[in-house]
Each structure stands twice: as structure tokens, then as C-alpha cells.
Design a protein around this ligand. Structure first.
Ligand SMILES: Nc1ncnc2c1ncn2[C@@H]1O[C@H](COP(=O)(O)OP(=O)(O)OP(=O)(O)O)[C@@H](O)[C@H]1O
Ligand SMILES: O=C(O)C1=C[C@@H](O)[C@@H](O)[C@H](O)C1
Ligand SMILES: [Mg+2]
Length: 189
């Protein structure tokens, strides 16, 4: 029998753990809509700047132009808009969303918070494969990533209803693990 969650599923985790890839796959498998908060932020920013004809700023560009607080304000706006829509869906958060203090109260009422845990070494190798991003110290990229990893791991665990250990699972296996964990959690309620 197909599993239908009781509330929207909100997927969090450290950069490149697979929030977008696994979240989309899970939504497809469950027949639910998929939203990516980074995309909702990009859309809202474009609307604020003059509608569909405005040039798209990607998340990194928004961060650069509007700063962290500007980006976080857009995140809250996009989350509130989604919460007003209702319905069941899978939402992949941005890498920094649980670091946004105003997002937590909105998120806790929105759905089931799932933290996708992946080992730091796996994440770092995925990130580094595209070049060292500006938020890491280029002289000590691994050490600075590890610091961010530890800080965010604590945050994500404290905000999660469910922690799914991925242990290097591929996309198919990863999505299956999330579904199984959600089903088990709903069954014991
Ligand atoms: N389970 C997996 N196994 C192998 N590669 C994966 C897996 N999940 C994601 N990837 C790869 O890792 C990269 C990042 O994936 P994705 O964009 O889904 O992560 P994310 O958590 O949404 O990242 P971000 O925090 O930047 O939004 C992509 O190249 C994707 O193909
Ligand atoms: O890790 C982060 O702080 C971020 C990750 C991206 O998903 C975006 O949400 C934004 O660029 C911030
Ligand atoms: Mg993503």
C-alpha cells in the first residue's frame, strides 16, 4: 500500500547531503508536489524586483547583493507563503535555513522535519568536486567545513522529528530509507 504522510515532509541537512535530489525523488514516489526553498526564494526575489521579466538572481547572487539578512527575510517570506497554501508536499530546505532563527517557529508548525545525515567526508568530496565555495576558507577548506558541519549537525538534530542516516547510500536507496523511516515513525504514533 502506498504511504501517505500525515503532514508535509520537510527535508533538511548539510550542504550536498541530497536534500533536493532525494526530496524530489521521494515526492515523485509518493505522488506529492515537490518544492525547493532555494527556488521559492529565487522566485520571490524576482517578484519583489519587478515580476517574471526581472533577471533571475541565483541564491548565491541574492546573498551577495542583499546580504545574509536580506536572504533570510526572503526565506521567511517564501515559507510563510507556502504555509498559507496548505496541502501535502515535500519541501527541501536551503543549506542555511535552520541557521535562520525566524524560520524555526514557522517550520515547526509546517510539517515533519527530516534531517538527512551524511558523513562529513562524503559531503566534502561532493562539495570540493565543484571547486572550493566562497563560504569555506580556501587555505583550510576541510577544517573550515568541519567547523560548519559540527555547528549545523547540532542545529539540525535539535530541530528534527526524524534523523535518517544515509551512510553513502545511492539516490534510490537513500529515498527508500527516508520513506521507510517515515512510515515507521507514523506507525508507532
Ligand atoms: N545519494 C547520493 N549519492 C550520490 N550523489 C548524490 C546523492 N545525493 C546527491 N548527490 C549529488 O550531490 C550533489 C548535491 O546534491 P543536491 O543538490 O541534491 O544536494 P542538496 O543537499 O540539495 O545541496 P544544497 O545544500 O547545495 O542545496 C549533486 O551533484 C547530486 O547529484
Ligand atoms: O549553506 C548555506 O548557508 C546556504 C545554502 C544554500 O542552499 C542557500 O540556501 C544559501 O546560499 C545559503
Ligand atoms: Mg538543494
Amino acid at each position: 500500500m502506498n504511504y501517505i504522510p500525515s503532514r508535509p515532509i520537510i527535508v533538511s541537512g548539510i550542504k550536498h547531503c541530497g536534500k533536493s535530489t532525494l526530496g524530489r525523488r521521494l515526492a515523485d514516489e509518493l505522488g506529492l508536489k515537490f518544492h525547493d526553498l532555494d527556488d521559492l526564494v529565487v522566485d520571490l526575489c524576482r517578484e519583489n524586483r519587478g515580476g517574471p521579466d526581472a533577471i533571475t538572481w541565483e541564491p548565491r547572487e541574492i546573498y551577495r547583493r542583499l546580504g545574509k539578512s536580506g536572504f533570510q527575510e526572503l526565506e521567511i517570506g517564501a515559507l510563510k507563503r507556502l504555509s498559507e497554501q496548505g496541502g501535502l508536499y515535500v519541501l527541501a530546505l536551503g543549506g542555511g535555513t535552520p541557521d535562520n532563527p525566524d524560520a524555526l517557529p514557522v517550520l515547526s508548525g509546517l510539517g515533519i522535519m527530516v534531517y538527512l545525515y551524511e558523513e562529513a567526508e562524503v559531503l566534502f568530496s561532493r562539495i570540493a568536486a565543484r571547486g572550493i565555495p566562497p563560504f569555506l576558507d580556501e587555505k583550510a577548506p576541510w577544517e573550515s567545513f568541519l567547523e560548519l558541519f559540527r555547528h549545523r549537525d547540532t542545529l539540525y538534530r535539535s530541530t528534527a522529528d526524524l534523523v535518517v542516516e544515509l551512510n553513502g547510500a545511492d539516490v534510490q536507496d537513500g529515498a527508500a530509507r527516508i520513506r521507510k523511516s517515515l512510515q515507521e515513525m507514523d506507525n508507532v504514533r
